[in-house]
Design a protein around this ligand. Structure first.
Ligand code: BGC
Length: 810
């Protein structure tokens, strides 16, 4: 069943009922100020860091689901309703939510009044705008009372939810006219406050939650709204909120518009006050001045629209397949931008207080983002590398505000270092900017030991070289890509973290997955060495890669597929010898995409085993058979019930690895079949089963062993976004940036038909026309600006040529 439809021309998903199977959300904000907004106006906002600088409260695990947001109550006689349906849940005469690129729109109506609400975060200001227009569509006058409601978070979201003995006494506000200022802790160590403003005169306001809602009410039935007026409460401690009461008189046919601004305002430490106890409102006044007119808001909104139109024009495909077109041209790229901004910090599944930015996550997010805004990718690479340790290992996560490594989780995830090579290599292949390798970058943020970024990559590479186990394969440490395969943990008590319990550096447990990664990124490291003229280092890297390939084929091959790992006792994990968990997806994907066993036949066999044992109608499962009991020697993986998460779920992130692997072997039909199974647009029709948004990827879909096979969870913040974009754009459609120029080598299903691609690459534009001639793979002819290129699929980059017209015959 569908709950909406794609409007590709407007780049929007149009939801036509508030009762979606789960909240279907959108992200607002590009750089510093961010918000989550659901299709019923739920969500919250933060500045830079969802844990440390949260502006408004949200309750995870809430019941009913998704009941805190920025709400507008329309009181029309005895009827009270909200444009997004929640929280009153009054039946609406019409409802529509349009999630677009960095904005959401709600159009709804009740009893002859229609509401149109536009919500977005402007490009260059630290605020969120709500432009609300009410129209009287009835034949008689309407006297409406409009109430706004936001609940402030006392900044540190963790403290806000736990430290009540303190924070029920710290809340403070100021109210001047229509502007409500939330200034908790401003008197001491903070130099920031929040603004909640409306551009019209108000009848009254409330800033105490108890007074607006009533102590025993929720936002679904505030006392103030029921009574028709706010109380003028000024919060002192307890729960500060921001509520306006606005009278709106509408003649038949008349429309009135109110603009609400939720702003984050910061002052220099030595200029915090206007006078004793009165905050300096200069930054708030600037926001008010800029956005209190419709012209100001419309201008900012058009800037946002133009920004996205320009960004998305950097890669555009025109094929016969509408799913591919809309995912590639709109939603997949959009999701890549969101994962780049958020890493795994804040979603409806990630609480915003747990993880911050992941080292491996952010490096992988770069793969899908770097073609959009290379400058920000460059900055991110430096930030990530600055959290690396001197020996090449890395903090697993860091906090976006402080950019410091998170010592709670620490290091010891032995795949982390290699992802830095992946991200940096993608950046240089995209931009040709080798100067990044000469940047001076600290270790663990300590400038006294800084070296070039190139040296960071060398240390990443060497980390694997110097951390091998008994079979010459990489030691796994606390975990590799699969955070839940904890072979050195042996946890027996609930509450112990599988990721931090036990010795991090077991000397025995090895990962064939990291081996595959080492082959892939070791080769990319060697290519970078060659590019920089470091031929000795290139040779050393190639030798190490060859040694690793040999170790994988001798000790990591099980006969029909690649083994996943050796545990701390030296026993195989993911082998035919095992009772459960005989075959895992990760080493099949990564070893084959790295080319391991391509010439000698293991690669082909491994992929056929994936098809035979791991495939399902909703995607490829992470392992089979599922673990039915807890294996203390394997860690978290077997703690999940069969079919969920890493225990035989369809972990969407690694499906594109197998699809890419199929393209490496030239199997376009199969590569695309895999692509299709997890592609959100294809899943739209089974939204009842899938439940999560049909416009973005989810981290996980329940596998066949689960009770709810096919059900998605943890949408939005997943490496799936970047990897699927890499898969479809670089391997299936085949436009792959190399160090020397763009390579065009598609691997598509035989019935895909001809297609065109527009690609911006290093200050030049490429218009590519592919005649597929029913072929799955193989370029027969490549003509660039009238000249045929032979012997290679790479179009050498020439900085003097700004336009490339490319024709490909397959
Ligand atoms: C983490 C990734 C990890 C994956 C598989 C995700 O939740 O963010 O870093 O690779 O789970 O365990």
């Amino acid at each position: 069943m569908n709950y909406g439809s794609f409007d590709d021309n407007s780049r929007e998903y149009v939801i036509n009922t508030p009762k979606t199977p789960l909240p279907w959300i959108n992200y607002l904000g590009n750089k510093d100020f961010f918000s989550l907004v659901s299709n019923t106006c739920g969500g919250y906002s933060f500045y830079k860091d969802a844990k440390l600088l949260r502006l408004t409260r949200y309750r995870y695990n809430a019941c009913p689901m998704d009941t805190n947001g920025k709400y507008f109550y329309i009181k029309d006689g005895d009827t009270v309703w909200n444009p997004g349906w929640q929280p009153t849940k009054t039946d609406l005469d019409s409802y529509e939510c349009r999630h677009g690129m960095g904005y959401s729109r709600f159009n709804s109506s009740k009893n002859g009044v229609s509401a149109s609400l536009l919500t977005f975060v402007p490009m260059s200001d630290t605020c969120e705008i709500h432009k609300l227009s009410l129209t009287n569509e009835s034949g008689s006058d309407k006297e409406i009372t409009l109430f706004s409601y936001v609940e402030f978070c006392l900044w540190n979201a963790m403290d806000d939810m736990t430290n009540f003995q303190r924070n029920l006494s710290t809340g403070e506000v100021e109210v001047i006219g229509s502007a409500i200022y939330h200034k908790t802790e401003y008197r001491e160590r903070r130099n920031h406050y929040a603004l909640w403003y409306v551009n019209t005169d108000i009848e009254s306001f409330d800033t105490s939650r108890d007074d607006f809602l009533g102590v025993y009410n929720g936002p679904d039935c505030p006392d103030a709204v029921k009574n028709g007026h706010c109380t003028g409460s000024v919060a002192s401690g307890w729960y500060p909120v921001g509520c306006h009461e606005v009278k709106v008189s509408l003649k038949p046919g008349e429309t009135k518009t109110c603009i609400f601004i939720l702003g984050y305002c910061e002052n220099p430490d030595d200029d915090k006050w206007e006078e004793k106890g009165v905050i300096n409102k200069t930054p708030a006044k600037k926001l008010i001045e800029k956005f209190s007119t419709e012209e100001g808001v419309d201008k900012a909104f058009n800037e946002l629209k133009d920004y996205w139109a320009t960004l998305l024009s950097r890669f555009h495909v025109d094929s016969e397949n509408p799913h591919v077109n809309r995912m590639v041209n709109i939603w997949n790229q959009y999701q890549c931008m969101v994962t780049f901004n958020m890493s795994r910090s804040a979603s409806y599944y990630e609480s915003g207080i747990g993880r911050g930015m992941g080292f491996r996550d952010s490096c992988q997010d770069l793969l899908g983002f770097v073609h959009l805004i290379p400058d920000r990718a460059r900055e991110r690479i430096i930030d990530i590398a600055s959290t690396q340790f001197k020996d090449g290992s890395a903090y697993h996560q860091y906090q976006p505000l402080t950019k410091k490594g998170n010592s709670d989780i620490g290091s010891g995830f032995n795949d982390d270092p290699l992802w830095l090579i992946a991200g940096t290599s993608a950046y240089i292949r995209e931009t040709g900017d080798t100067s990044i390798l000469d940047e001076n970058v600290p270790y663990d943020n300590d400038w006294s030991v800084a070296t070039t970024l190139f040296e960071h990559l060398t240390r990443s590479f060497n980390y694997t070289v110097t951390h091998k186990g008994p079979h010459g394969l990489p030691l796994i440490g606390r975990a590799d890509w699969n955070d839940c395969l904890n072979l050195n943990c042996f946890s027996e008590h609930p509450g112990e973290s599988f990721q931090t319990f036990g010795p991090s550096e077991g000397p025995v447990a090895e990962s064939i997955f990291i081996g595959g990664m080492f082959v892939k990124y070791g080769k990319e490291y060697a290519d970078l060495c060659a590019l920089c003229g470091k031929t000795d280092e290139q040779k050393r890297a190639e030798d190490e890669v060859a040694t690793m390939e040999k170790a994988i084929l001798s000790h990591g091959w099980d006969g029909e597929w690649f083994i996943r790992a050796y545990d701390a006792n030296g026993n195989k994990v993911g082998s035919n010898e095992c009772e459960e968990g005989k075959i895992y997806i990760e080493p099949q994907g990564f070893c084959v995409l790295s080319g391991v066993g391509k010439e000698t036949g293991e690669a082909e066999k491994a992929l056929r085993s994936v098809e035979k044992y791991l495939d399902s109608k909703y995607g490829i499962m992470i392992l089979q058979p599922a673990y039915t009991k807890y294996h203390v020697e394997l860690g978290e993986i077997s703690s999940y019930p069969p079919g969920y998460k890493e225990n035989a779920g369809i972990f969407c992130h690694n499906n594109p690895w197998v699809s890419i692997a199929e393209t490496v072997l030239g199997h376009g039909n199969r590569a695309f079949e895999i692509y299709k199974k997890t592609c959100p647009s294809y899943l739209e029709e089974i939204s009842d089963i899938h439940r999560t948004e049909p416009y973005v990827y989810s981290q996980m879909v329940a596998g066949k062993d689960a009770k709810f096979f096919g059900q998605g969870k943890n949408s939005w913040l997943t490496g799936t976004a970047a990897w699927t974009f890499t898969d479809i754009s670089q391997y299936i459609l085949g436009v792959y940036p190399t160090l020397k120029g763009l390579s065009i080598d598609p691997c598509i299903p035989s019935d895909f038909g001809d297609f065109k691609i527009h690609r911006e690459y290093r200050n030049a534009s490429y218009d590519i026309e592919v005649h597929t001639n029913g072929s799955e793979k193989g370029v027969k002819k490549l003509i660039v600006n009238g000249q045929e290129i032979s012997g290679s699929t790479v179009i050498p980059y020439d900085e003097n040529v700004k336009e490339y017209k490319v024709t490909v015959e397959m």
